[in-house]
Design a binder for this molecule. Structure first.
Ligand code: BGC
Length: 765
């Protein structure tokens, strides 16, 4: 190794210190400048103008393109509305901005927000799918590309990342998050924020992130949308709050409140949550916006009698901006007159909003993100499509592959059957606001173009997505798009069986429509819909080898499928390049490497089922009645957290700790050998878990504390290194303190949360 002499190091350190302190000085002086600018502006503002800055209104979409309701247009002109969402395309947004900048007294620019959740026009896989990549660099890059596109289309602010930890797949919104684990979820939350915001918000290609839904929305009771949340502080702090904190520590500029109550108090009116925790304890400096109408929903929640009381509660709790609740705009003036809300409180909220606009560079140039040339260059650019295909491939999880049925060979006759096969609409998922599904690649298209003329591809629809008329009515009530076939279910199945009989192998494309997941899409039965199960059984009876390709937005109950079907690929909703990515994996151009981030339950009755559970005083013993278990099903899910197969095979060996006794001040070094002993190159995600064996508060049987995704050539071995510090062993004690306690611990390493090697160590002071 080259030796570096000491004086050089000293000079380097001094230079670094100078750079850091220069950065601090620049930052401090830019904050002073911002403060002076905003103080001066606030001084000039009337109360009405201030209230306008706290108001967020929606634009609408007509067949002819985006339109603004007449009344809202008047509000913008009069300075009664400072922020718009659901408005994009440079031309349209420019027109609205011109109204604000030219017609209002103080020329304060509008800020434009939108639900850019997994891509703007180029649609990447749904967030639960992207989480399955365990590739935070790729997720950050997806957010970066989304920011490039969104900012080129007139947007300043995106309503992402959604970081709600969820253990209940009945809840449709699990599709928007990263799954059940706070450690992985936090890493992913940081990746999104860094991707969107970059290092400087004041550029034409960065956008402000909005962390949502604060807080605990993922824990709605029984998985029923908008339902109540009841949770003790330990579960809250250990499992559910870390992801929000991670996004905020990463610098997220805004936070959105959630629809749910927390222990009886709606999040939008929760002073403890929004002020004591978020601002005072966590030091959040950005602004807080409600979710859609959630300020007005304080009335049906039963904590406010009218909008005035709702606004009063929200303002005192720490909400800065009202999204479509019309509570601030309609009542704040009166509340000030009555002395219920002070001008200082309003100024405080206005300051948070104006600071965001300042940081976004909007006062310098209100048209910063409205550039037709950039729009032409950025939107759906070839590089984005290439990346969309790459991350889509990485998101696919191989759940089962008996007798190495996959990858398929491009020969003979392949039957592609199922309602999701020749389907573009569903591929882009439920939260793809600006995405054009006509540009999405269906599974059938992907398979056909990959196979070329090397194999014969047959197709049959086989079933509608669902025959449940009540569900269909609800799905279609919002302009849904499930178009049932003219043929009867029996006819469809008959045709499909005939098609299967002509083929060497059958690819069954089943699952959910995009509308069956996402917001307002809770399901009590999370199996594949009944008519599709009938189809699958009929095709299974032909005895043809069957590959099940699933498109869906949540963990499904796949107990029957896991017992009977040879190969199962979980492909979620993969976005614009879905079909191509699926074909890449089906034909073995790439090795599947995704790992699920939520447990797939054995039965709905098992929910919530998650890997980081407590042991109980009577851990399961199938031979003893009085232990913690079900009489009719196992405790374990069908597929555990972190699980996913590959076409090749990986073995973990030689799990070694550098010491048996760890002291708080010295990290524990862990190494393990990972060998690719299968027949292909491929990637494996090594996962490190710990268990605190004896603590003053019962600790989970496993907790993820590290992961590494590693690519290995066929036959290659690598030694992987992990480090644990005393900080990684901390938990909340009975006094709510974040502590580690000396004693016995276990370390586990493996390719999922179930199949692991383990070692013991002790922490001693
Ligand atoms: C959703 C949010 C979303 C907002 C704005 C709400 O219904 O809960 O996630 O950002 O609408 O579209």
């Amino acid at each position: 190794m080259r030796r570096i002499n000491i004086p050089v190091i000293v000079v380097l350190l001094a230079l670094t210190a100078m750079q850091v302190s220069a950065q601090k000085v620049t930052k401090a002086s830019s904050t002073v400048k911002m403060d002076a600018f905003i103080n001066a502006l606030i001084k000039k503002m009337t109360l009405e103008e201030k209230i306008g800055q706290l108001n967020l209104l929606t634009s609408d979409m007509a067949v002819t393109g985006p339109v603004m309701r007449k009344g809202y247009m008047e509000d913008i002109k009069a300075g009664r509305c400072g922020n718009i969402f659901n408005a994009f395309t440079p031309d349209y947004v420019r027109k609205l901005q011109q109204v604000a900048v030219d017609s209002t007294r103080l020329h304060i620019p509008l800020m434009f927000g939108f639900d850019v959740i997994h891509g703007h026009k180029t649609i990447f896989p749904v967030p639960l799918a992207m989480a399955s990549t365990w590739d935070t660099a790729a997720i950050e890059y997806a957010a970066r590309l989304s920011a490039d596109e969104a900012s080129a289309d007139g947007l300043d602010w995106v309503y992402s990342p959604m970081v709600d930890i969820a253990r209940d797949p009945r809840w449709g919104r699990v599709v928007e998050g990263a799954g059940e684990d706070p450690f992985l979820g936090s890493a992913i939350a940081r990746a999104y924020v860094h991707g969107y915001q970059g290092t400087n918000l004041d550029t034409d290609s960065t956008v402000m992130a909005c962390v949502k839904h604060f807080a605990l929305y993922g824990a709605v009771e029984a998985g029923r949308e908008y339902n109540a949340v009841d949770m003790g502080p330990r579960r809250m702090f250990q499992f559910y709050l870390p992801t929000y904190k991670a996004a905020i520590d990463a610098g997220a500029g805004s936070v959105m409140t959630s629809f749910n109550t927390i222990n009886g108090v709606p999040a939008t009116a929760d002073k403890w949550l929004l002020t004591d925790l978020l601002r005072k304890k966590w030091g959040f400096k950005g602004f807080v916006v409600t979710d859609y109408g959630s300020m007005a929903e304080l009335i049906p929640h039963g904590v406010a009698a009218d909008k005035a009381q709702a606004a009063n509660l929200a303002m005192h709790a720490g909400v800065d901006m009202d999204m479509m609740g019309m509570a601030y705009s309609g009542t704040l003036k009166e509340l000030v007159k009555e002395g219920k809300v002070s001008i200082a409180e309003i100024d405080n909220a206005v300051r948070h909003v104006l600071e965001a606009k300042y940081k976004l560079g909007l006062f310098k140039n209100p048209y910063l993100r409205m550039n037709d040339d950039r729009a032409k260059e950025e939107i759906m650019s070839p590089d984005k499509l290439v990346f969309a295909r790459k991350i889509a491939r990485e998101s696919i999880v191989l759940l089962k592959n008996d007798h190495d049925l996959l990858p398929l060979k491009k020969t003979g006759t392949i039957a592609v059957i199922g309602p999701l096969a020749d389907d573009q609409r569903d591929m882009i998922g439920p939260w793809s606001g600006a995405g054009d599904w006509h540009k999405a690649v269906s599974i059938l298209q992907g398979i056909k173009s990959a196979a070329g003329n090397q194999a014969v591809i047959l197709y049959s629809k086989g079933a509608n997505i669902t025959e449940d008329t009540s569900m269909l009515r609800q799905l279609n009530s919002n302009g849904g798009d499930i178009v049932p076939s003219d043929k009867s279910p029996d006819e469809l199945i008959k045709e499909a069986v005939e098609t299967a009989n002509k083929a060497d192998v059958v690819v069954m494309c089943l699952g959910e429509s995009q509308g069956m997941t996402g917001e307002a899409a809770s399901r009590a039965d999370i199996r594949i819909p009944a008519c599709q199960r009938r189809l699958l059984r009929a095709v299974y009876k032909t005895k043809k080898p069957v590959v099940l390709v699933l498109s869906n937005g949540r963990p499904l109950v796949l107990t029957w499928e896991n017992e009977h079907i040879h190969s199962i690929l979980e492909t979620w909703f993969l976005g614009t390049e879905a079909g191509n990515a699926i074909a890449d994996i089906l034909f073995g151009e790439y090795d599947p490497s995704g790992k699920i981030t939520m447990s797939f339950p054995y039965a709905v009755g098992q929910i919530p089922v998650y890997y980081n559970e407590l042991n109980t005083g009577r851990p399961r013993n199938p031979m003893q009645k009085y232990t913690s278990k079900y009489l009719d099903i196992p405790n374990a899910p069908v597929y555990p957290f972190g699980y996913g197969l590959s076409y090749t095979h990986f073995t973990f060996s030689n799990l070694t700790l550098d010491k048996n006794i760890m002291r708080p001040e010295t990290p524990l070094h862990i190494s393990v050998t990972l060998t690719n002993d299968g027949n292909d190159a491929g990637s494996e995600t090594a996962q490190l878990y710990i268990r605190d064996m004896v603590a003053s508060v019962a600790q989970p049987v496993k907790e993820l504390k590290g992961f590494q995704k590693v690519f290995l050539k066929k036959g290659e071995s690598k030694t992987l290194h992990f480090t644990l510090t005393a900080n990684d062993l901390k938990f909340y004690d009975q006094q709510g303190k974040w502590v580690y306690e000396p004693g016995a611990f276990k370390v586990f390493v493996g390719g999922n949360s179930r199949d692991v090697l383990e070692r013991d160590f002790r922490l001693e002071k």
